[in-house]
Design a protein around this ligand. Structure first.
Ligand SMILES: *[C@@H]1O[C@H](CO)[C@@H](O)[C@H](O)[C@H]1NC(C)=O
Ligand SMILES: [Cu+2]
Ligand SMILES: [Zn+2]
Length: 244
């Protein structure tokens, strides 16, 4: 037999009665506790993004536009992510054909007297001149770059000493491409341990902070293995092989 409406309302009454066994104070305390817990969780949630767990390292970009009085010019791009190696890309035109040319970071970003006023090789560790893979080298010693049969240098390599931040940062300093070959400190004379006998300065440019480059400037990635292979072969022929 189905329960009459009266019975059902009696049930409700009994239900309400059962609840009323909690005192009003208990109800307030419970309510406040629930509210406080919700607020605490919301607060913790807003804090969550501020905890630095796995943050992507920041990229730093820099560019140098090279000019000189020898018909040599070009653009050099630098980029670095966190503490990883600096990647150097770019293109230099008007260089002697099929030749190795000294390529350095010089101390000053001062072109007031052309490339002459960029000073010596950037050398914050007071070392003697060397090649890029030597333990003893100037921080600015990037070795030689190689031009093709058109006199064009396609740059794409990494260096493990220069940085784009901190005390060894090269930003605000200068890139120089020389008129001669860097002997990487193996020339057997005093000058070799200072300048590598790389000769005059064909072109130079100040390294400045740059925005994230467009893809076409990042593109010469596929040249990368060629860069070292060609330079190593050419340096070996000159008897100044120093790596690989
Ligand atoms: C850069 O050098 C090349 C080769 O010497 C020359 O043809 C070109 O006009 C130069 N460009 C500038 C902007 O000076
Ligand atoms: Cu130099
Ligand atoms: Zn040097």
């Amino acid at each position: 037999m189905p329960p009459s409406p009266k019975t059902r309302s009696f049930d409700n009454l009994e239900h309400n009665d059962r609840h009323s066994k909690y005192s009003p104070l208990t109800k307030i305390v419970a309510g406040v506790t629930v509210l406080a817990t919700v607020l605490l969780l919301l607060y913790l949630y807003t804090l969550k993004p501020a905890t630095p767990t796995l943050q992507a390292p920041e990229w730093i970009y820099a560019t140098a536009v090279l000019r000189g009085d020898a018909g040599v010019n070009g653009t050099v791009y630098f980029r670095q992510s966190g503490l990883s190696k600096v990647r150097i890309t770019g293109k230099i035109l008007g260089v002697d054909k099929n030749s190795l040319r000294g390529f350095h970071i010089h101390e000053f970003g001062d072109l007031s007297d052309g490339c002459t006023s960029t000073g010596s090789h950037f050398n914050p560790t007071s070392q003697t001149h060397g090649g890029p893979s030597d333990l003893k080298r100037h921080v600015g010693d990037l070795g030689n770059v190689k031009s093709d049969k058109h006199g064009v240098v396609h740059l794409d390599f990494e260096d493990n000493l220069i940085t784009l931040s901190g005390p060894w940062s090269i930003i605000g300093r200068a890139v120089v491409i020389h008129k001669g070959t860097d002997d990487l400190g193996r020339g057997g004379n005093d000058e070799s341990l200072k300048t590598g006998n790389a000769g005059g300065r064909a072109a130079c440019g100040v390294i400045g902070n740059a925005p994230s480059p467009t893809l076409d400037k990042l593109m010469p990635l596929q040249v990368y293995p060629e860069h070292w292979r060609d330079i190593c072969r050419a340096e070996r022929e000159l008897g100044i092989s120093h790596l690989l």
